[in-house]
Design a binder for this molecule. Structure first.
Ligand code: DX5
Ligand code: ZN
Length: 229
C-alpha cells in the first residue's frame, strides 16, 4: 500500500449503481473502499449493511474499510468479516467492552480500528493502542456525508500521531491514522501535515464528474504537503 491512502466513502455514491461506482472509483485510483454502516440508533441515519458489502465485494479489488456506526457492535462483526471486510472500525461508546470487541475483530481475521468522535478523548488509546491497526479521527459528527470539516480535528490528529509514533517505536507495529469527514482537495494538505495518512472522502469525490481527476488532485496536494515537510 502507498504511504498515503485515499478511501472514497460509498455513502455519497449512487446507490442505484453501486457496483459500477465501486469499479469506477477503484479504476480512478482508490486505495481502499470506505463503507459507512449507520443504524438509526447510534447515529440518526440508516445506510448499508453486510448484504451490500457482500454484493460489492467482487467489484472491490482494493480492501474494504468498514466504519461501523452501530450499537451494539459485536453481533454484526462476524457478518462483515464474512462479507469481505478487511478493516472493521467501531466507536468506543457503542461497545460495552472495547478490548473484547477488538479481539473479536481480530479473531474474525480483520484489522481493527477505533473511531474518535469530535468530543471523544484520545485517552481510550492509553489502554488499547497496542492492539489496534487503525485510529480513525472524525472531523464531523458521524451520521451524514457532506458536512464541514471541524478544524479542532487538526490538533487532535497531531496528538494521535504522537501517540501512534511512540507506540510504533515501542512495538514495531504499523498503525494507520485515518481522517473522516469534510475532506476536500483544498484542506487535504493541512490534514496530512497534521499527521493523517489515510483520507476518507465521500462528497468530494462522488460529487465530482471525474473521480480520477479529483483523486489525482488530492494526491498532488499530498505530495506537495510531504515535500514541504
Ligand atoms: C460520516 C461518515 C463519512 C462520510 C464522509 O458519518 O463516516 O465517511 O461519508 O462524507 P464527506 O466526505 O462528504 O464528509
Ligand atoms: Zn466513515
Amino acid at each position: 500500500m502507498p504511504d498515503c491512502r485515499i478511501a472514497p466513502s460509498l455513502l455519497s455514491a449512487d446507490f442505484a449503481r453501486l457496483g459500477d461506482e465501486v469499479r469506477s472509483v477503484v479504476a480512478a485510483g482508490a486505495d481502499l473502499i470506505h463503507f459507512d454502516v449507520m443504524d438509526n440508533h447510534y447515529v440518526p441515519n440508516l445506510s448499508i449493511g453486510p448484504l451490500v458489502c457482500e454484493a460489492i465485494r467482487p467489484h472491490a479489488t482494493v480492501p474494504i474499510d468498514v466504519h461501523l456506526m452501530v450499537k451494539p457492535v459485536d453481533r454484526i462483526v462476524p457478518d462483515f468479516a464474512r462479507a469481505g471486510a478487511a478493516i472493521i472500525s467501531f466507536h468506543p461508546e457503542a461497545s460495552e467492552h472495547v478490548d473484547r470487541t477488538i479481539g473479536l475483530i481480530h479473531d474474525c481475521g480483520c484489522k481493527a480500528g477505533l473511531v474518535f468522535n469530535p468530543a471523544t478523548p484520545l485517552d481510550w488509546l492509553d489502554h488499547v493502542i497496542d492492539r489496534l491497526d487503525l485510529v480513525l479521527i472524525m472531523s464531523v459528527n458521524p451520521g451524514f456525508g457532506g458536512q464541514s470539516f471541524i478544524p479542532q480535528a487538526l490538533p487532535k490528529l497531531e496528538a494521535a500521531r504522537a501517540r501512534i509514533d511512540a507506540a510504533s517505536r515501542r512495538t514495531g507495529r504499523r498503525i494507520l491514522l485515518e481522517i473522516d469527514g469534510g475532506v476536500k482537495i483544498d484542506n487535504i494538505a493541512a490534514i496530512a501535515r497534521a499527521g493523517a495518512d489515510t483520507f476518507v472522502a465521500g462528497s468530494a469525490i462522488f460529487g465530482t464528474p471525474d473521480y480520477a481527476a479529483t483523486i489525482a488532485r488530492m494526491r498532488a496536494e499530498l505530495a506537495a504537503a510531504r515535500g514541504a515537510s
